[in-house]
Ligand binder design. Structure first.
Ligand code: SAJ
Length: 411
């Protein structure tokens, strides 16, 4: 059996590697030549624990091979980005490009599964795009269970940092355009998924994914709102949450500098876009979480005003702990803002990257430095990401400086 994996990013590459490790022939398809070349050398272009080991092994055995042009296969999985546009409407152009890429090589009996986070109705759109390109084949929207091509939706649900483990152990929700599509997809996922594969309709599976992330966003917003409420009341939010969580039915999440990543900070907007009048709580939660970086910047500004040219150590740039992913990162947003205000010297400590992102790279007032250097040469330390290197810091190392701890890691 061969599988074509379209998109070799944070989800596609681990999925391709796991499928290949189960003995399938996997063809990884990506428009990024650098990613393709790197993978074919048995290396990885993203940071995820143990991914390098698995990729090296399956490339060596010949079970995984990457290419920039689609080739025929028995099944295709699509894991490409679904960003949103400036006006907060979903951008499906990558899914459309993926459809265009695989349409020419589709053959009767193929299964196509969309994994990308998508607004309700996208799987149907994908099937339409494929049908337009291949009028010689029949698709579920017109041919039902007898279609030549089966189309399904199976959202990824893995947590960056634990991808390999969660890919195998998490339950999967599999939505088919018909029950036959869902069963076909379920059979494929059962090759590597130890969790349960639960079948439903494509539309339910699409909304299920969005619901999971909106649920988390709303809950983080509650924690973030409490941190805002605590500030003028001079209550320590960390202690407050710890105490409230002693109640058997209360489980408040952790406040932070904002919510980042490509998922939780974006997916709720897909629901808002589909039902703007109804998704009021979801919209407000997004706004609360999005307001948090500005609150942190104001805190830093207040402390920085005490110095003529403050040296501010910023601990962490990624969107969360122990990864290199800077997408929608509130930490990066905060540092960018400080840099744009020329507030002083910014000493960035980010153990997971080797160079500063383009927005900061040419700024002479911003430097990527070691933890030791930053501790020695700063007036203010801002904890932005709870990386393991920061959490284990001895509090006495911070006693000489002003500390703004947005993650509660040095309580
Ligand atoms: N965060 C907080 N406080 C918390 C928890 C998280 O401020 O108590 C922040 C993080 O620092 C980060 C953001 O929220 O900036 C999101 O981090 P996360 O670890 O909660 O989630 P992601 O974005 O890495 O992964 C999520 C997961 N979804 C859920 O937990 C419902 C993952 O399972 C999904 O597969 C992933 O989104 C995705 O791809 O959609």
């Amino acid at each position: 059996k061969t599988v074509g994996m379209v998109g070799l990013g944070y989800i596609g590459l681990p999925t391709a590697a796991i499928l290949a490790s189960r003995g399938l022939q996997v063809i990884g398809i990506d428009v990024n030549q650098h990613a393709v070349d790197t993978i074919n050398k048995g290396a990885v272009h993203i940071v995820e624990p143990d991914l390098d080991i698995v990729v090296r092994s399956v490339v060596t055995t010949g079970n995984l091979r990457a290419t920039t042009t689609a080739e025929p296969a028995d099944a295709f999985l699509v894991a490409v980005p679904t960003p949103f546009n400036e006006d907060r409407t979903p951008d499906l152009s990558f899914i459309r490009s993926a459809a265009m890429a695989i349409a020419p090589v589709l053959k009767c009996g193929n299964l196509v599964v969309l994994e990308s986070t998508s607004p309700v109705g996208t799987t149907e759109k994908l099937a339409e795009w494929l049908a337009t390109e291949r009028p010689d084949l029949s698709f579920p929207q017109t041919a039902g269970v007898n279609a030549d091509i089966q189309v399904a939706y199976c959202p990824e649900r893995v947590l960056p940092g634990q991808v390999l483990q969660e890919l195998v152990n998490n339950d999967r929700v599999i939505g088919g355009m018909t029950s036959h599509c869902a069963e076909r997809a379920s059979t494929l996922y059962q090759i590597f998924v130890k969790g349960e594969c639960i079948v439903t309709s494509a539309r339910t599976a699409e909304l299920c994914k969005l619901t999971e992330n909106a649920y988390r966003d709303v809950n983080i917003a509650f924690a973030n709102e409490m941190s805002l409420v605590c500030d003028p009341l001079e209550v320590n939010v960390w202690e407050l949450i710890e105490l409230a969580n002693r109640h058997p039915r209360v489980n408040i999440l952790t406040p932070g500098p904002g919510v980042g990543g490509h998922c939780i900070a974006i997916d709720p907007w897909f629901i808002v876009d589909s039902a703007p009048e109804l998704a009021r709580l979801i919209r407000t939660a997004r706004e609360v979480n999005d307001s948090k970086p500005e609150f942190v910047v104001a805190k830093i500004r207040e402390k920085a005003n005490r110095f003529k040219t403050p040296r501010i150590a910023c601990f962490g740039l990624s969107f969360k702990a122990n990864i290199d992913d800077l997408r929608e990162s509130p930490a990066l947003q905060i540092v960018n803002k400080l840099a744009s205000e020329s507030i002083g010297t910014l000493l960035i400590v980010e153990p997971n990257i080797r160079q500063l992102p383009p927005s900061l790279a040419d700024n002479p007032a911003v430097e990527l430095v070691s933890l030791e250097y930053a501790l020695k040469h700063s007036d203010i330390v801002v904890g932005l990401v709870d990386h393991r290197e920061f959490k284990v810091l001895d509090r006495t190392a911070l006693s000489e400086t002003i500390v703004i701890d947005t993650r509660g890691m040095w309580r």
